[in-house]
Design a protein around this ligand. Structure first.
Ligand SMILES: C[S@@+](CC[C@H](N)C(=O)[O-])C[C@H]1O[C@@H](n2cnc3c(N)ncnc32)[C@H](O)[C@@H]1O
Length: 288
């Protein structure tokens, strides 16, 4: 993958991406729930309600960063797509909010950017996008490790992944012949999870086992550098519904939506629910 391809795609589709989580409302609210849970946990641990330092790497158009900065936290935002960072900055400014640092960067070069890469500095690091756009396995592992290095002991990293099931469900829904007519492509895809075809930003999709393997590798590599961590949860951001069913909830009124959210959250972190995930969120705590 070339970083330019991903960056170009998000630069060209910045408005579309800004609206993605309207239909993905459940993914958004579930993710925000676990971010807030991490914030509460840190504040409880430390016995205060002071603002936290949060790095949102792959911030997109600021869909998570803006509510977090509005809640009073200090946000350092960055993304490979300059147009996305720019829109996030503009939206914040229009709402009278300010980010601590706003930066365009490729997460694969995180360690070269002292403005963002600050070892053991942040209470929370969000990697909600970069990892599933990185086709090289070693690069994925290294981005996760670089992110974890910037988390304070006791702090959290939340990283998002996309599953192969998500793509296969989408093909079955929209173009079921394709699995057979393009079997040559799909044989390779099922093996390595690389979805790199013209017109789309390249992606890596994993099985739950592959995602777990990647995180176990992170823990081993971190351990060798004295960066210890524990995985608190793997969560299905669409609960047991998957994106297709979850999208029907998007236009519900607040109270009706909250009912669904409550029911989905009951089992979102159950192993048996993960097979229905389109997006998987790993909640990782740095312990040392
Ligand atoms: C699907 S969007 C997610 C945006 C937002 N974090 C969210 O969860 O809605 C993926 C984001 O990751 C960014 N991204 C992809 N590869 C990246 C990389 N190597 N370094 C930094 N950002 C990257 C993209 O530009 C895009 O903004």
């Amino acid at each position: 993958m070339s970083g330019e391809t991903v960056s170009q795609w998000y630069n060209d589709h910045v408005e579309l991406e800004d609206k993605r989580l309207i239909l993905g409302r459940l993914e958004y609210e579930v993710t925000l729930h676990y971010i807030r849970e991490a914030i509460d946990c840190i504040q409880r641990q430390e016995g205060h309600t002071n603002p936290l330092k949060i790095a949102d790497i792959g911030c997109g158009t600021g869909v998570y960063a803006i509510p977090l900065v509005r809640a009073g936290h200090h946000l350092s935002i960055s993304d490979i797509s300059p147009s996305s960072v720019h829109l996030a900055h503009q939206k914040a400014r229009a709402a009278g909010l300010r980010f601590t640092t706003t930066f365009s960067l490729d997460a694969r070069c995180l360690r070269y950017h002292a403005e963002i890469y600050k070892p053991a500095h942040y209470d929370i690091v969000l990697l909600l996008g970069p990892v599933y756009h990185i086709l090289s396995g070693p690069d994925r592992s290294d981005v996760l490790l670089a992110g974890l290095e910037t988390v304070k002991p006791g702090g959290f990293m939340l990283a998002a992944f996309v599953t192969k099931n998500a793509h296969l469900r989408d093909v079955a829904t929209r173009d079921p012949e394709r699995l057979h007519t393009e079997w040559g492509f799909y044989e390779g895809y099922l093996r390595d999870g690389r979805y790199a075809r013209g017109g789309k930003a390249p992606m890596w999709h994993g099985t739950i086992g592959e995602i777990r393997g990647l995180i176990e590798g992170l823990q081993r590599a971190g351990g060798e550098k004295g960066v210890e961590s524990e995985v608190l949860k793997l969560v299905s951001c669409e609960g047991f519904l998957g994106f297709g069913h979850a999208s029907h909830l998007a236009s519900l009124g607040e109270e009706a939506f909250e009912r669904w959210l409550g029911v989905v959250l009951e089992s979102a972190a159950d192993d048996t629910t993960l097979g229905a995930a389109d997006h998987v969120l790993a909640v990782i705590r740095r312990t040392k």
